[in-house]
Design a protein. Structure first.
Length: 364
């Protein structure tokens, strides 16, 4: 390289914002090993731990979102915003980035705004089918907006949109060959069906309560259960490991084996989870979180459900769980249809395609 390439990536708050940023960084690092990378996150959020674990430096901004309910925390928001903008401008001035990439989360707003005002090229990677207010505002000054869903020209300038999909773990691309390994890894019985429950990186209270309510019924129906509770809830639910065929986990690291072990999946409808589930191609029941901005998880789920590629169970309708799960378990044609249709939505080359768009901006 004739000149150094300095790349800032900003995203965090949840795994759904952190993982795409790390994935993009890894792809860029492979192509440009001499490039300099810096992540910008929010202080006290999980990116401050996860990003260094992935081998990258990170700076933290004093920033958080606005609470949707009346809260004293909102009084501090203007001060946090001014502080984080000031810090972001200082980071931009010192690091001199060639390009800044935002994958969502609290810190990406000030970081991308400071970059665009400073004349630095910016890329937004929008994971959801319904963008939040920050990315809508940032899109006016962004150079390229990489999206995962159709129809986002309602929110973003159409000439800036490129449909790439969301980055996914590369080890998910050929999980079919790992069936025996997955069965052994989780010590499962190969003649019984397995239900996987994933509530996102932090866990989901409503899903955990639902499974607790029906866990004995699932066992009676000869279903093995791999239950990711989230670390916040693990101590509360680990007692169910005593039931035959039930195993609880605070966190699941080998997602390739986890997905391949499953015959059915219950999941939140975060954008990264949906992108992975499209690659995996298993029958899914989505239970979207209603406690997210613009109810974007329900909108994400509907973009799949409306293509007959998954089932939707709203938190307000959890009393329908047994009927829905029994219908899925007993209807092989339905299972096959859902698997085929969700796999047709997969965009497995998303990371590479996003990096191509970044390269266009670096060299133009």
């Amino acid at each position: 390289m004739k000149q150094s390439i300095n790349i800032i990536l900003s995203g965090g708050g949840t795994g759904g914002h952190i993982y795409p940023a790390v994935s993009i960084a890894n792809e860029l690092k492979e192509k440009y090993p001499e490039a300099n990378f810096l992540f910008v996150g929010a202080k006290d959020r999980m990116e401050m731990e996860k990003v260094p674990q992935a081998g990258y430096a990170i700076k933290g901004l004093w920033i958080s979102g606005i609470q949707r309910s009346l809260s004293l925390k909102n009084l501090a928001f203007p001060f946090k915003l001014i502080s984080s903008l000031w810090s972001a401008f200082k980071i931009i001035k010192k690091f001199k980035p060639t390009i800044v990439i935002g994958t969502g989360g609290f810190a990406s707003g000030p970081t991308l705004y400071a970059a665009s005002i400073s004349g630095v090229k910016t890329v937004i990677q929008e994971q959801n089918s319904y963008p939040g207010i920050t990315n809508k505002l940032l899109s006016k000054k962004a150079d390229t907006i990489c999206v995962a869903y159709d129809g986002l020209e309602r929110f973003f300038p159409v000439d800036k949109i490129v449909k790439t999909g969301n980055p996914v773990r590369q080890d998910l691309l050929a999980i079919e060959s790992k069936r025996e390994e997955a069965i052994d890894f989780f010590d499962l019985k190969s003649d019984r069906k397995t239900l996987l429950i994933i509530g996102g990186s932090l866990g989901a209270r409503a899903i955990n309560n639902l499974i607790e309510k029906h866990i004995n019924w699932l066992v009676e129906n000869n279903i093995q259960v791999i239950w990711q509770t989230g670390k916040l809830y693990y101590d509360e639910f680990k007692k169910y490991d005593a039931l035959e065929g039930v195993q609880t986990h605070a966190f699941l690291n080998r997602m390739d084996l986890t997905y391949e072990a499953a015959d059915f999946i219950i999941s939140r409808a975060g954008a990264s989870s949906i992108s992975e589930l499209c690659i995996v191609g298993k029958p899914v029941i989505f239970i979207p979180s209603p406690n997210v901005a613009e109810d974007h998880q329900t909108k994400n789920a509907l973009s799949v459900v409306n293509k007959n590629a998954a089932l939707l169970l709203k938190e307000s309708e959890l009393n329908m769980f047994q009927n829905m799960f029994l219908e899925l378990k007993n209807d092989i044609e339905l299972q096959q249809k859902l698997s085929k249709n969700i796999k047709a939505l997969a965009l497995p080359n998303a990371t590479k395609d996003i990096v191509i768009e970044i390269e266009k901006l670096i060299y133009n």
